[in-house]
Design a protein around this ligand. Structure first.
Ligand SMILES: *[C@@H]1O[C@H](CO)[C@@H](O)[C@H](O)[C@H]1NC(C)=O
Ligand SMILES: *[C@@H]1O[C@H](CO)[C@@H](O)[C@H](O)[C@H]1NC(C)=O
Length: 431
């Protein structure tokens, strides 16, 4: 028994996380300048030369240093780890001034960063300060000034770059590391041109938030484009290999048909659009999912607006001012499985709307102003699995609850429905 206890105690001590995670210590010869000031979970405070230094870390996870105003990263009294801390991510917040590189600083702290560096309020970020970090795959810069060519020189393997309010030299986007796969630009004045994209042969995903616009055809290797701003301008040609396009704040009031349209998914929100023209999706032969959500001024669709999008499987047009739909709108979408028209102002559906949609399984007409006439249109849709008619004006169109309960529903052809959601006061069961 005693022997087992001893073995367990030894194993326990060996595995003890306390040993692996011993917090940084002030050097003996800096005892007067550096002192621990209490700790919480993963958090450690120190007083260094009278300044409050805050550290946070988890073994293998991350290391974070928040510099107080006036602290220099070269300060020799900063505490350091006894045994090396290896982490995927390092965050340095508000640590602008040091003469050496970040690698020097981390070495003195005895921290090794493997994957990602985040610098907030970093001042001038130069190639010299990023030296010896060439293995890094991800970089985030928030509020900084970037020296021209610094990233290509110092971080050639960089795959993901996130820039938020970073001052760039003109043409800098063409000088980013060529291995870049994901680029996010936040609150940057920079437009992204076709030439920029050509200079980034591996760039798959581009995110612009409150940043400039994409000028010229999107191209290069771009598969995923996401724009988010009060005025998000999309290029007129959504050229291959683009597969997914998202625009929050889509600014085009009178869009023209796309000149090229390779995406499988288009997600347009908070849009200014007033009208969708004939042939709008004429070149979108690969489009499977379209969402137009939040277009307070959209009050008309051309009957041929969707024509050409023959692969369409999911169509969501919601939160618009649409009162009527043109007849034949869905005639060119035979594979449509899901149609969400909720939260519009629809008064009725045109006759024959579902004449060609033989695969439609899910239909959401919730929160419109539809009256009982809608039930006529629906009688043709025999493939439906789910129907939501809640929040409309079809109140007493089917007689009383008791009629339905007696099994005399007024629209027998909907009997194939497996789940129906006529939440509005009428029924408490399906037909
Ligand atoms: C950053 O670089 C710019 C341009 O080289 C220079 O004018 C500025 O003084 C530098 N700022 C700091 C904090 O070093
Ligand atoms: C129908 O749309 C409304 C409003 O968008 C939503 O709240 C509801 O969950 C949807 N119904 C179904 C069955 O998805």
């Amino acid at each position: 028994m005693a022997r087992w206890a001893l073995v367990l105690a030894v194993v326990g001590a060996w595995w003890s996380p306390a040993q692996l995670l011993d917090p940084p210590q002030c050097a003996n010869d800096a005892a007067e300048r550096c002192a621990p000031e209490g700790s919480g979970q993963n958090e450690y405070n120190y007083k260094v030369d009278g300044l409050n230094v805050f550290l946070e870390y988890t073994d293998s996870g991350y290391f974070k240093l928040v510099c107080p105003e006036g602290l220099n990263l070269d300060n020799s009294a900063l505490p350091s780890f006894k045994s090396q801390l290896r982490v995927n991510k390092v965050y340095l917040e508000n640590c602008p001034s040091s003469r050496g590189s970040y690698a020097d600083v981390l070495e003195k702290l005895n921290v090794v960063v493997l994957d990602k560096l985040t610098l907030t309020d970093a001042g001038n970020v130069t190639a010299a300060r990023l030296a010896r970090l060439q293995h890094l795959l991800k970089l985030e810069l928030v509020q900084a000034r970037l020296e021209g060519g610094a990233l290509q020189a110092a971080l050639p393997r960089l795959q993901r770059l996130f820039l938020d309010r970073v001052a760039l030299e003109p043409g800098e986007l063409r000088r980013l590391p060529p291995a870049l796969e994901v680029l996010s630009l936040l609150r940057m004045g920079t437009d992204v041109t076709a030439a920029d994209l050509r200079a980034l042969p591996r760039l798959e995903r581009l995110v612009l938030r409150d940043a400039g616009a994409v000028r010229g055809p999107a191209g290069g290797a771009l598969r995923d484009l996401a724009l988010e701003s009060p005025e998000a301008h999309l290029p007129r040609a959504l050229a291959p290999p683009l597969q997914s396009v998202t625009a929050y704040g889509w600014a085009d009031a009178r869009p023209e048909p796309w000149l090229a349209c390779s995406p499988e998914a288009l997600d347009l929100r908070d849009a200014r659009v007033e009208r969708l023209p004939a042939g709008w999706l004429g070149r979108c032969a690969a489009l499977r999912r379209l969402r137009l959500d939040g277009a307070a001024r959209l009050d008309s669709l051309d009957a041929a607006a969707l024509r050409g999008a023959r692969a369409l499987q999911e169509l969501r047009i919601l939160n618009t001012a649409l009162q009527y739909l043109p007849p034949g709108l869905l005639d060119d979408a035979p594979d449509l499985k899901l149609l969400d028209l909720s939260s519009n102002r629809l008064l009725e559906l045109p006759g024959g709307l579902f004449a060609k949609t033989n695969s439609l399984e899910s239909l959401n007409l919730s929160s419109n102003q539809l009256s009982k006439s809608v039930l006529e249109s629906l009688s043709a849709v025999t493939s439906l699995v789910s129907l939501d008619l809640s929040h409309n004006d079809i109140g007493d169109s089917c007689g009383h609850v008791s009629d339905a309960v007696r099994g005399e529903p007024c629209y027998k052809s909907l009997q194939l429905l497996r789940h129906c959601l006529l939440w509005q006061k009428l029924f408490n069961r399906c037909f």
